[in-house]
Design a protein around this ligand. Structure first.
Ligand code: TRP
Length: 447
């Protein structure tokens, strides 16, 4: 099995590709708007706690499941537990991959469209909110950009793991990081920025609710690409000799750093420019061009920023498509090209209602959410935490935490995982995630 599968050519190649999966629209677009809606600083604290307590242990677990089996998520659970229904955990992940990519690609399409808007100078009136609403509520442009984005993603996946993914992930992330630092400097030096820094760093405990806690857990899963087997799939292309624990630490660390920095780029500007932090999904698309408009060379930085955001989105999207493609390639024997094209096509179609929710279908809502937000809710706040919960149960019940820990520690590397892993994965994660999931959803649907 292992021989005819492609593998990452180096440890760095794996870390970059997995970080490319983790760092994406989730860190900038989703993190900032969800943090804004959920009280800023309090959300930041909960999010950070979940990254450490839930994210890191599950990252180690997913990578280990992939590495030990060399399979897609469905095949991996089948291989580890013949003849039991645990493979359904992998199937749930494949399902999540379809849903997430279908709306992710819409937002990535906004980012592509914003490259062109930045080149054109965003119109002279500086009405950034109007520009955003105008774009998403038009019918064809968002569908076309969604199609272009899906074609790019399909093309890279059809080319194969090493050539497509590894190459795409290498240079651009450091540039995005640098640009974020420039944005932060401008944002925190705007007059009136202090209020935004306070919003982001001074928790208001009256905001605490199950809804906020669920949002923070959902964001932690989404941002780290956990809970659906993306890291199982990427781990499955890892060579035996490569380490798991250190790589997981790099991926989780870099990903949270980018998200937390994005908050410093966005919230000070939101307050300085008298905007509403709870504005919702448009927050980054409205704030960031406004900040660039306030700085020298902002025109060029703005163009560069949206190019890099689009690239970050591509390296994440390929990990989503890779999960569903690896499943049909391994389990059904399809060719990679056929799988990428057919499944990518299905995902393209699935995304269309999500964008029409801002135009032709704007009357449709579920519990007050538009169609795109409904997809996001189903995936990020239900399926991903549930997937993570089930993976933890799988380890606790079936595979045993000690075996995972010994497997992860058996590869060379500086970080060795202690017994705390067993406690977190066997008890704390299932109980905590289960609790948050149940009470969070109850409080959500009660309104
Ligand atoms: N983590 C990515 C982001 O933050 C999105 C993503 C890629 C993802 N692969 C995933 C989310 C798998 C959940 C599961 O933009």
């Amino acid at each position: 099995m292992k021989k005819d599968r492609e593998q990452w050519t180096s440890r760095l190649g794996f870390i970059l590709a997995a970080t490319g999966s983790a760092v994406g629209l989730g860190n900038i677009w989703r993190f900032s708007y969800v943090a804004g809606v959920n009280g800023g600083a309090l959300f930041l604290i909960l999010y950070t706690a979940f990254i450490l307590l839930v994210g890191y242990p599950l990252m180690v677990t997913e990578i280990s499941v992939g590495k030990i089996t060399s399979r897609n998520p469905v095949g991996a659970f089948k291989a580890l537990s013949e003849g039991t229904p645990w493979w359904l955990v992998g199937a749930l992940g494949v399902f999540a991959g379809f849903i997430i990519l279908s709306f992710y690609s819409i937002v990535a399409g906004w980012s592509l469209a914003y490259v062109i808007k930045a080149v054109r100078g965003f119109g002279s009136d500086m009405d950034f909110a109007g520009t955003f609403v105008g774009h998403i509520s038009s019918v064809w442009p968002p569908i076309i950009w969604h199609g272009i984005f899906m074609l790019i993603t399909i093309g890279l996946i059809a080319m194969g793991v090493v050539n497509g993914i590894q190459r795409a992930s290498k240079i651009l992330m450091p540039v995005l990081f640098g640009l974020l630092l420039i944005l932060i400097i401008r944002s925190i030096t705007l007059p009136g920025a202090g209020e935004g820094i306070a919003f982001y760093l001074k928790p208001d405990l009256s905001e605490l609710s199950f809804n906020t806690i669920l949002a923070a857990i959902g964001q932690a899963f989404f941002s780290l690409s956990l809970g659906m087997g993306a890291m199982i799939t990427y781990g499955s292309y890892l060579k035996d000799k490569e380490d798991v624990n250190g790589s997981a630490a790099w991926i989780a660390g870099l990903d949270s750093a980018v998200a937390i920095l994005a908050g410093f780029a966005i919230f000070p500007a939101v307050f300085a420019l008298n905007m509403d932090p709870a504005a919702g999904p448009g927050l980054a698309f409205i704030t960031i061009p406004a900040v660039f408009a306030q700085m020298p060379l902002g025109y060029f930085f703005g163009i560069l920023f949206f190019i890099l955001l689009s690239v970050a989105a591509v390296t994440s999207a390929i990990s989503l498509l890779e999960v569903v493609v690896a499943w049909v390639v391994d389990e059904k024997g399809w060719s990679r090209k056929k799988a990428a094209l057919m499944l990518g096509g299905v995902i393209f179609l699935l995304g269309i209602p999500a964008t029409l929710g801002y135009s032709l279908l704007s009357g449709v809502s579920f519990f007050g959410l538009d169609i795109l937000d409904t997809y996001d809710l189903i995936a990020s706040e239900i399926t991903l935490p549930l997937g993570g919960l089930l993976m933890a149960l799988f380890v606790g019940i079936k595979w045993k935490a000690r075996s995972v820990r010994e497997f992860a520690n058996s590869a060379p590397g500086m970080i060795k995982i202690g017994k705390w892993y067993d406690v977190l994965i066997t008890y704390l994660i299932p109980v905590m995630v289960g609790f948050v999931l149940i009470f969070g959803l109850i409080s959500k649907f009660r309104g």
